[in-house]
Design a binder for this molecule. Structure first.
Ligand SMILES: [Ca+2]
Ligand SMILES: [Cu+2]
Length: 433
């Protein structure tokens, strides 16, 4: 397997609080050109948005006229003047429809540490929040259009898999994670041998403000970094048994899940679970980021990404142990913030649009058949969800439920973990429709 990472002289690695395509850093070749492209595309995106607003108004107006034309065939006396003046822009949640949870009985006994997620029909995706800045949300075109999805019921781990749990798996199986394996020369043709060392990608903040269009400013490939040594060889996980395991690549997470008799969730299952029965809310707990001033998730408070500026006002500067904040409506912890979570879906930015083109309610969608990220077309990426302790509205606010992350399958980081799900007995799984 080819490994995308930040080994000098090799390929760009798809990291960041990273889902914004236009925040991609330079790769091995054509750095300047690519940087220019990034800046240019950022500006043109703003321009495009500025032009979009009147366009939306016109569309609404046209829709209103069309509606009036339809209505007027039944109401010959209707006044076109009134009809043309009445259209109003739809509210931001216009495409969200109420969640209809399955009514099938929950299975009698839940596996330890797991919560029952009833499944059902819901609206999936995210809108631009009207009060969000440009960087925070406007780039989440891949989480639109909001569309209708049905998922069967299942169990889900209440928390991310912890160091303690992962250690049990490693002890039982002698499993070696990708970050602990020496990269093979054949996977990195032309790489200098001294660069072929085991390691992983670690958040390494600069001590000064940096432009936010180059994630190489704050991510480094660190030799010897892995789940046992999250920040590099000098660090360890003593006393961090209840922290989420990090530096797990996709196949590491899949191996753990298989051992535990579980699996990774699909992206749709993940979002249904994260919404906790609510419909179209920006956060897994509701409408406000801090209801009554209360912190609900582990994110970043400071000047991103500058070292030492994360004030940890939410109780944690950097990664936190699991379950430090209230659970969502289904009893799940940390479905926003702390660490990103792997899902089993391939990433494509146009997947939701494709589902909408098919029409109807997408039943138990499994993601596209193959991955494609136009910003890095040769990388195979899966969807990440939930955001991390590095998320901030200055750069990436993907703690907002419905927004999507993405990551190359063999790349691990110190803000990426996972949790598992388990299928219910068939009789409890679906509404039998
Ligand atoms: Ca924090
Ligand atoms: Cu983020």
């Amino acid at each position: 397997m080819r490994r995308a990472c930040v080994i000098p002289g090799l390929v760009a690695f798809p990291i960041g609080c990273r889902a914004c395509d236009r925040t991609k850093g330079p790769s091995k070749a054509g750095d300047v050109r690519k940087k220019k492209t990034v800046i240019k595309s950022s500006k043109s995106a703003q321009a495009a948005r500025a032009h979009l607003r009147p366009a939306v108004g016109i569309l609404v107006l046209l829709a209103g006229i069309a509606a009036w034309k339809t209505a007027s065939t039944h109401l010959p006396n209707a006044s076109p003047v009134v009809a043309a003046s009445t259209p109003v822009p739809p509210p931001p949640t216009a495409n969200f429809i109420t969640t209809i949870p399955n009514t099938v009985r929950a299975p009698d006994s839940a596996p330890g540490g797991m919560a029952w997620i009833p499944g059902g029909e819901f609206s999936m995706g995210a809108q631009d929040a009207p009060d969000m800045n440009d960087v925070g949300m406007s780039a989440t075109t891949d989480s639109r259009p909001v569309h209708r999805v049905y998922v069967d019921g299942f169990w889900m781990d209440k928390t991310d898999v912890t160091n303690e749990e992962f250690a049990k798996f490693v002890k039982a199986t002698s499993y070696v994670t990708i970050a602990e394996r020496k990269p093979r020369a054949e996977d990195f043709p032309g790489a200098p041998p001294e660069n072929l060392v085991a390691g992983s990608v670690v958040f390494s903040p600069p001590d000064h403000a940096v432009p936010l269009n180059d994630h190489f400013q704050w991510w480094s490939y660190v030799k010897g970094a892995n789940w046992r040594h999250p920040l590099g060889p000098q660090s360890d996980i003593k006393g961090k048994e209840k922290y989420p395991v990090v530096h797990v690549a996709l196949e590491d997470a899949v191996a753990y899940a298989k051992w535990a008799g579980k699996r990774l969730s699909t992206e749709a299952e993940w979002e249904f679970a994260a919404r906790g029965g609510l419909s179209g809310k920006p956060f897994v707990w509701g409408d406000q980021f801090r209801p009554n001033g209360k912190w609900m998730a582990n994110t970043f408070q400071g000047k991103f990404p500058v070292k030492g500026t994360d004030k940890g006002e939410d109780g944690h500067a950097g990664i936190a142990p699991v379950a430090q904040y209230p659970p969502n409506g289904y009893g799940l912890y940390d479905m926003a913030g702390n660490v990103w979570q792997w899902t089993s879906d391939w990433y494509r930015p146009d997947y939701y649009a494709r589902l909408v083109a098919v029409g109807g309610v997408a039943r138990n969608p499994q993601g596209p058949n193959s991955p494609f990220d136009p910003s890095e077309p040769t990388e195979k990426k899966k969807v990440h969800r939930g955001g991390s302790f590095l998320c901030t509205d200055q750069y990436c606010s993907r703690y907002i439920v419905g927004t999507r992350g993405k990551g190359e399958v063999s790349t691990a980081t110190n803000h990426l973990g996972f949790r598992c799900v388990k299928d219910a007995p068939v009789s409890n799984r679906s509404a039998g429709q």
